[in-house]
Ligand binder design. Structure first.
Ligand SMILES: Nc1nc2c(c(=O)[nH]1)N[C@H]1C(S)=C(S)[C@@H](COP(=O)(O)O)O[C@H]1N2
Ligand SMILES: [Mo]
Length: 409
């Protein structure tokens, strides 16, 4: 048999694989960068508009990144054959393919999350996160140890050692050097990434109660008197929430305490209302159990909320007939959103003060936040301190920046 044909084919295959590999590396690097911007709380505060573009780019590049995998698919068998005698390379290949496919599938589920139940997107988000925290450090390790620079360094060391010790001993110091360099690189990357991964994983590792680390100053010190929870809140009638919040804020957290607390209803109403902390505690509260869904894919289930129905507060203020929208303000001075009067009158829309029997923490939007269970949580304004009835449309914070006006889950 003419072996040269075989080698030619083999060479062509290698060339193709190399091209695919390069495209894949470039796309994955872009995805990693855009992805890291998306999870960064800093970017949420500084450049919210940019965040929305970045999200679109991330999704588009994600779609394009399916292409190298599709091109690679038909070559998989021959590639594996060529790695027959190289177990480590084969394992590496399986690992990389597994991470990429998991990222693509979970990414697709997240992109089309509206077509699936929130539980599906919660799971997809966790898979996407875990694979990112595995995939990104691996990508960096892989690109460093295969770079020309790294190889040249390895070679230099090898040459130096050979000059010093022409006889290669059985216990091979050259190979050890090489392993040492690689392991050192791996260890350095692990050290750099571990704190980030730990931060991400922390809320998942502990039970919901244990993870309730106090905010800088506990609410008990910021607010006196404290609201007395209803018997339905302690123990929570919903059994207590399941799932973990991701704490979001487009500003630094506003400092709210019993001194500077105020809550008012004004605009197109017959009886404008204004309360200080003590007066606000006297309002009649209800208890409800509901789920909380963020549009980015995570959810918290069976939260027992205690607070005032928005409807009751609006009835008390007596809406004028020319009012069309309810505008909601946050004490952070930046975040707003609106509901139509019909939406605001729903029985489950709540101005909440307690969550699972405790005053809502500052980082969760406490002491007072809105809850609109049937809509994505960007409607649920944190640090709510003013409700204005208006006669014209107003576009909320994230809606101005590209989120859909239709927030129904
Ligand atoms: N004032 C204010 N309210 C806000 C936000 C915000 O950044 N600032 N983020 C919204 C979004 S997008 C979500 S998902 C929830 C998050 O609530 P949490 O931080 O309590 O988890 O708050 C909503 N309300
Ligand atoms: Mo959100």
């Amino acid at each position: 048999m003419d072996k040269s044909i075989f080698f030619k084919r083999q060479k062509k295959l290698m060339l193709k694989l190399k091209q695919i590999h390069h495209w894949n590396a470039i796309l994955f690097t872009f995805l990693a960068l855009t992805g890291l911007i998306l999870v960064s709380p800093e970017f949420r505060q500084w450049l919210p508009q940019v965040r929305i573009w970045v999200k679109d780019w991330h999704i588009w590049i994600g779609f394009v990144s399916i292409l190298p995998i599709l091109l690679y698919g038909p070559k998989l068998v021959r590639h594996l054959q060529s790695l027959r005698k190289r177990k480590a390379n084969r394992l590496n290949l399986y690992f990389v393919l597994f991470v990429l496919i998991a990222l693509i599938l979970s990414g697709l589920l997240l992109t089309y999350h509206r077509s699936f139940s929130p539980r599906v997107s919660s799971a997809a988000l966790i898979v996407h996160d875990v694979m990112t925290w595995i995939g990104v450090p691996y990508l960096i390790y892989h690109s460093i140890t295969r770079s020309q620079w790294f190889k040249a360094k390895e070679k230099r060391r090898r040459q130096k050692l050979q000059e010093e010790r022409p006889v290669i001993e059985k216990w091979n110091p050259i190979m050890n050097r090489r392993a040492f360099l690689r392991r050192g690189t791996g260890a350095a990357i692990t050290v750099v990434f571990t704190p980030f991964i730990y931060q991400w994983a922390k809320p998942y590792l502990s039970t919901p109660t244990a993870s309730r680390t106090p905010s800088p100053l506990p609410m008990t010190e910021l607010f006196t008197p404290m609201p007395k929870p209803s018997p339905h809140s302690t123990p929570p009638i919903g059994g207590g929430r399941s799932g973990t919040f991701r704490y979001y804020s487009v500003t630094s957290m506003p400092e709210v305490n019993d001194e500077n607390f105020s809550f008012k209803i004004d605009g197109f109403v017959h009886n404008p209302q204004s309360w200080n902390w003590k007066e606000f505690l006297d309002l009649k509260r209800n208890v409800q159990v509901s789920d909380f869904h963020c549009v980015t894919g995570w959810s918290v289930y069976d939260v027992t909320w205690e607070g005032m129905k928005l409807k009751d507060l609006l009835d008390q203020a007596e809406i004028k007939s020319d009012a069309k929208y309810v505008k909601l303000y946050s004490q952070d001075g930046v975040y707003t959103d609106t509901l139509t009067i019909d939406q605001a009158m729903r029985e489950d829309v709540m101005v909440a003060m307690l969550m699972d029997g405790e005053l809502i923490e500052n980082r969760n939007g406490g002491p007072v936040r809105l809850i609109v269970p049937k809509m994505y949580a960007y409607k649920s304004v944190k640090w709510l301190n003013r409700i204005e009835l208006i006669d014209h449309e107003h576009t909320g914070y994230w809606e101005q920046r590209g989120y859909e006006k239709d927030a129904w889950v």
